[in-house]
Design a protein around this ligand. Structure first.
Ligand code: ADP
Ligand code: MG
Length: 297
């Protein structure tokens, strides 16, 4: 297990920023950490990277207890904080040399990192001469210099233009091939494009922790079915895992199920058992954007 968070709570004076949060991440996963502003994303990331301490609960990164050994953890973790605090007056190479010195990394790694994050053409410039997208690349290069196993990226795509967005997402995806990546965002599409796993928090509480594929299939499925003649509501109610239903036209029902399995075959059996014929049968997946709005509204 690369990251293991157990029952973590964090209180700032009177404000509860995290409330009993638990999750874990396997090696090599890219996890999208979603939630509206103020949800507690940055707080969780600062705890994971050992910059602040939780009030309750345990956090392990690669089997190391962060509370006990923050410095050990920082050796294996790469962190791009929110708003990417860079020394804007430094040249790109100068800044990376500075980072290399802190992490006692051989300077020879710098050029490889510059290439890896696609910074080669801009690497001779001062940081304040770079566009926001390239500044993010500098932050990412600094985060991966010491070849960490785990990358924690706090809103790495906020404020980028659409082209930069696509490029940075691709870069995160590339980095995720070798590392466990936890990155925060409030854009569901981004998660869809990049992640294997999605964690959604709101007001410090974990609401959803699922593989993207599970979320896409959705535990909730809406099935539109048309039978050959009108049936009574009580029949529909008898189906397993029904959450809600709506009879839109005479013989057509929109039935919402809460189930991991595809309920179409169950409807097929149901029709057969009740002497009905199915004229049409469609499944509609919930759009992830809608889902995000529903759970965080
Ligand atoms: P997110 O990154 O999801 O936007 P944060 O972790 O930054 O959320 O903040 C979670 C909550 O904790 C917010 O209500 C925020 O105002 C509060 N908070 C964050 N940092 C501090 C702090 N240093 N002191 C007091 N409250 C804080
Ligand atoms: Mg934040």
């Amino acid at each position: 297990m690369s990251i293991k968070v157990t029952s973590v709570s964090k209180i700032y004076k009177t404000q509860k920023a995290l409330n009993n949060v638990s999750f874990s991440a396997d090696k090599g996963q890219i996890i999208g950490f979603l939630g509206p502003n103020g949800a507690g994303k940055s707080t969780m990331m600062k705890i994971l990277t050992g910059f602040i301490k939780q009030n309750e609960g345990e956090v392990f990164v690669d089997e190391i207890d962060v509370l006990q050994n923050p410095l050990e953890v920082q050796k294996i973790i790469g962190y791009l904080p929110e708003h990417n605090p860079l020394y804007a007056d430094m040249f790109v190479r100068e800044y990376l040399q500075f980072h290399a010195a802190i992490f006692k990394v051989d300077k020879s790694q710098i050029e490889a990192c510059i290439e890896k994050v696609g910074l080669t053409s801009e690497a001779h410039k001062k940081i304040n001469q770079l566009s926001k997208g390239y500044q993010q690349r500098v932050g990412l290069a600094a985060a991966i210099l010491h070849n960490p196993k785990v990358l924690i990226l706090d809103e790495p795509t906020t404020g980028l233009d659409p082209n930069q967005l696509v490029e940075i997402r691709a870069l995160i995806k590339e980095l995720g091939k070798e590392k466990t990546v936890l990155f925060s965002t409030h854009i569901m599409q981004e998660v869809e494009a990049v992640c294997d796993r999605v964690i959604i928090i709101k007001k410090g509480k974990l609401l959803i922790d699922k593989k993207l594929t599970e979320l896409k299939e959705g535990n909730q499925q809406v099935i539109e079915v048309t039978f050959d003649y009108k049936i009574e509501e009580q029949f529909v109610k008898r189906l397993e895992n029904v959450v809600s239903y709506k009879n839109n036209y005479d013989n057509t029902w929109f039935i919402t199920f809460e189930s991991e399995e595809d309920m179409r075959s169950k409807i097929f059996d149901f029709a057969q058992e009740n002497g009905l014929k199915i004229l049409s049968l469609n499944t509609q997946n919930k759009n992830l954007e809608t889902l995000f709005r529903e759970v965080t509204a």
